[in-house]
Write a protein that binds this ligand. Structure first.
Ligand code: UDP
Length: 238
């Protein structure tokens, strides 16, 4: 597999073309950002931790029948993925109230959400990822009703698989964000799944083990990500 030119550099990952037009290389950098890129820092080992973590989770999701863009891990910080047309809509499921839901609705952080909620946001940093709905997505052509139905079903399927997986490591999957794309006409899961894009709490102490440690300046960010991995039996390569 030959790595060619950089196609895109996001806030934490860079994407490269390869000699195969259907495949891209995703490079996980140590860069960490929050608040639409307003808070930025480089955290040692983060690229490796998230790359290895994501590879583990994507394999579990594939095993459960969820189609993903993930092909294989290439190195400590790089993975091979399918080249998709990204759908600019973020899907969020919440099992427990936290983050923007708490701010928006004034509910108490930590409240169990039964049934879990499902929200859509437009992927647009300039507008701070505004909340949208299916009607807006259809009208503005961000996703078709059929794609939205599939994205919602897959996001709930991921919840079913991962809630259980994290529970086995004594962790609570509070909420998470997924992104999807189209590959050969099919909706498949893209981006990454790591503690950067979800909230995980210790099931007993409710200690935060995710990117909220960075957002809130709690320290021990990567140590917490590594502890999440350790509880899932992940062997980090660094
Ligand atoms: N999230 C994300 N990227 C975003 C916005 C949210 O990965 O641009 C994740 C976030 O880590 C959390 C979930 O989606 O696990 C719900 O986030 P929320 O709407 O509460 O917003 P936040 O408080 O993160 O701004």
């Amino acid at each position: 597999m030959e790595k060619r030119q950089e196609l895109y550099a996001g806030k934490a990952k860079s994407v490269y073309t390869t000699d195969d037009p259907d495949l891209l290389i995703m490079h996980f950098r140590d860069d960490t950002s929050a608040f639409d890129g307003k808070k930025k820092e480089s955290l040692a080992r983060k690229g490796c931790v998230n790359n290895v973590f994501n590879a583990f989770i994507m394999a579990r999701l594939e095993d459960a029948g969820i189609p993903t863009h993930f092909e294989k891990r290439l190195s400590d910080t790089e993975s091979l993925v399918k080249r998709m047309d990204m759908i600019p809509v973020e899907c969020v499921i919440r099992n427990v109230a936290a983050g923007s839901l708490v701010k928006r609705l004034g509910v108490e952080e930590g409240m169990a959400l039964t049934p879990p909620t499902f929200e859509l946001f437009l992927k647009n940093d300039e507008k701070s990822d505004p909340m949208i709905n299916e009607s807006l997505a259809e009208t503005f052509g961000w996703a078709t009703p059929e794609q939205l139905t599939r994205m919602k079903a897959l996001t709930f399927k991921v919840n079913h698989v991962l809630k259980q997986l994290f529970a086995e490591g004594d962790m609570l999957l509070v909420d998470y964000k997924l992104e999807f794309g189209i590959f050969k006409g099919q909706v498949i899961l893209g981006d990454e799944f790591s503690p950067d894009g979800c909230r995980l709490w210790d099931a007993n102490t409710r200690e935060k083990m995710d990117k909220d440690r960075f957002r809130q300046g709690l320290g021990g960010v990567i140590e917490a990500y590594e502890e999440v991995g350790r509880r899932l039996g992940i062997q980090f390569t660094h």
